[in-house]
Design a protein. Structure first.
Length: 201
C-alpha cells in the first residue's frame, strides 16, 4: 500500500529531495571537492542545522540510500536463509538488484564519475563495502549457528563475494553499462563458485 505521509513529513521529504537534486547538479558541474556545504545549503535554501537533520555529512549526499539498501539486502538474505547453497541465494540477489541497476544506469554512471573524482568518496565507498561484507558474513554465520567472529568460512566467503561485486561493477561502469548487469553478476558468481576452472585450464 502507498505510504501515507503527514503534511509535515511530506515537506521534509521534499526538502531532502531538493537538497539532493541541487547537490548532484553542483557535484557534476563543479566537482565534489570544489563544492562546499555552505554553497549547497544556500542553493537549496536550507540552513546547515536543517541539512544535518537530513544528512550525516557532505559525502552522504552521494550515497543517500546507503542504510536502506544494506537493510534491503540483509532482509533478502534472511528471507532466503533456507536455500541450501548460498550461491543460489546470491544468484537470486544478482538478478533482483542487477535489474534495478540496469533501470537506473544513467544515474549510476553519473554517480560513479563523481565518486572517482574524489579520494574522500572513494574512501567512503570502501567503508560501505566493509559494511556489506560484515552483513554477508553475519548472514552466512547464522546458517550454521556460529558466531561471525569465529566463522572463518563465512568471513572468507563474504570477502570473496565483495571482491566479485566490486570487480563486476567496475567492469560494468568501465563499459558504460552496456551489458546486462544481472547476467554479469550470474557469470561472476559462477566463476567464484567453480574456482575459475576454465581460465586455469
Amino acid at each position: 500500500m502507498p505510504e501515507k505521509l503527514t503534511l509535515r513529513a511530506r515537506k521534509k521529504r521534499e526538502a531532502r529531495a531538493k537538497v539532493l537534486s541541487v547537490a548532484v547538479k553542483m557535484f557534476r558541474r563543479d566537482s565534489f571537492d570544489a563544492t562546499t556545504l555552505d554553497a549547497i545549503c544556500a542553493k537549496s535554501e536550507v540552513s546547515k542545522r536543517t541539512f544535518f537533520r537530513y544528512f550525516r555529512d557532505k559525502e552522504s549526499l552521494v550515497f543517500p540510500h546507503r542504510e536502506e539498501r544494506l537493510a534491503t539486502f540483509v532482509a533478502f538474505l534472511g528471507a532466503h536463509e533456507q536455500v541450501e547453497n548460498p550461491f543460489d541465494a546470491l544468484r537470486q540477489a544478482a538478478e533482483v538488484f542487477g535489474a534495478k541497476y540496469n533501470q537506473n544506469k544513467d544515474h549510476l554512471l553519473a554517480q560513479q564519475a563523481v565518486i572517482l573524482s574524489s579520494q574522500a568518496l572513494l574512501a567512503r565507498e570502501r567503508e560501505i563495502d566493509l559494511d556489506w561484507q560484515k552483513a554477508i558474513a553475519n548472514a552466512f554465520s547464522a546458517r550454521t549457528k556460529s558466531q561471525p567472529e569465529e566463522d572463518l568460512w563465512a568471513r572468507v566467503l563474504a570477502g570473496a563475494i565483495i571482491g566479485v561485486v566490486r570487480a563486476t561493477m567496475t567492469y560494468w561502469f568501465e563499459r558504460q553499462g552496456q551489458d546486462d548487469l544481472s547476467q554479469l553478476g550470474l557469470d561472476a558468481l559462477d566463476f567464484l563458485e567453480q574456482g575459475f576452472p576454465a581460465k586455469l585450464a
